[in-house]
Design a protein around this ligand. Structure first.
Ligand code: NAP
Length: 248
């Protein structure tokens, strides 16, 4: 029996990067997974690979987390296939960086819609099921910049700070149904999102990280699995930083 055998998990934004690694790690530990992403071909291919590598059920679904209809659809597909939903990981996220004076209204709105409204919608629709089960875990992937602020990322940092407020509010509201809600707050992790940073910026970031390296997607996945497992059943409303010490 593996650690997450008989558990079913939804991971949003699981086509690549941190979300893909979270889905892979759950599957490696025996869980069935519903994975979502914008690029339909890619998310279906990623799910097929996970399913054949780990002999679990893995379903890839195209989704825009900022659409309530899409969120309802994803939760229904998970319910039909798994009959119960044990864990939701709100991982999908985007950046549209710019200095405030150059930031377009749409760039602000799009980032809030995906990074903050998306987790609200997914949590709302998944709670309908978790509330009946009287058990569940929701884990929101926030960011160090939601805690520290960041020049050039007013939209992104606001969305992630909002996600921390959402995490704490949901934790208080859902606790009576035995649903724990926590957040993992990564620092700088090696994915497509950080690959576009220029060498000078990367060197400057590295010089500020006490552990002297960028994080790997697995560093985040390991914290997510901890918050999804039995050993964390008395933890709710918390933010676990996985940031190499860049913000303490
Ligand atoms: P990434 O490599 O850019 O991947 C983002 C994923 O989100 C992709 O699978 C993408 O789908 C999906 N996605 C984007 N918009 C979506 C939408 N509207 N609906 C559903 N899915 C959507 O990002 P990452 O670096 O792995 O980041 C994952 C999470 O960690 C994000 O919330 C990010 O803010 C957070 N985070 C990352 C870092 C870091 O250093 N990388 C640091 C702190 C926090 P497609 O593959 O189909 O495009």
């Amino acid at each position: 029996m593996k650690r997450f055998s008989n558990k079913s998990v939804i991971v949003t934004g699981a086509g690549r990067g941190i979300g893909l690694e979270i889905a892979r790690t759950f599957a490696q530990n025996g869980a069935n997974i519903l994975m979502t992403g914008v690029n339909e071909e890619n998310i279906k291919k990623s799910a097929e690979t996970i399913s054949s590598n780990y002999s679990v059920k893995a379903i890839g679904v195209k989704q825009d987390v900022s659409s309530e209809a899409d969120c309802e659809k994803v939760v229904s597909i998970a319910e039909e296939n798994f009959s119960h939903i044990d864990i939701l990981v709100n991982n999908a996220g985007i950046t549209r960086d710019n200095l405030v004076l150059r930031m377009k209204e749409k760039d602000f709105e799009d980032v809030i819609a995906v990074n903050l409204k998306g987790p609200f919608l997914m949590s709302k629709h998944v709670f309908r099921i978790m509330s009946k089960q009287r058990s569940g875990r929701i884990i929101n992937i926030s960011s160090v910049v939601g805690q520290s602020g960041q020049a050039g990322q007013a939209n992104y940092a606001s969305s992630k700070a909002g996600l921390i407020g959402l995490t704490k509010s949901l934790a208080k509201e859902f606790a009576k149904r035995n649903v724990n809600v926590n957040s993992v707050s990564p620092g700088f992790i090696e994915t497509d999102m950080t690959a576009s940073l220029d060498e000078k910026t990367k060197a400057s970031i590295l010089s500020q990280i006490p552990l002297k390296r960028m994080g790997k997607p697995y560093d985040v996945a390991a914290a997510v699995l901890f918050l999804a497992g039995e050993e964390s059943s008395y933890i709710t409303g918390q933010i676990i930083a996985v940031n190499g010490g860049i913000y303490i």
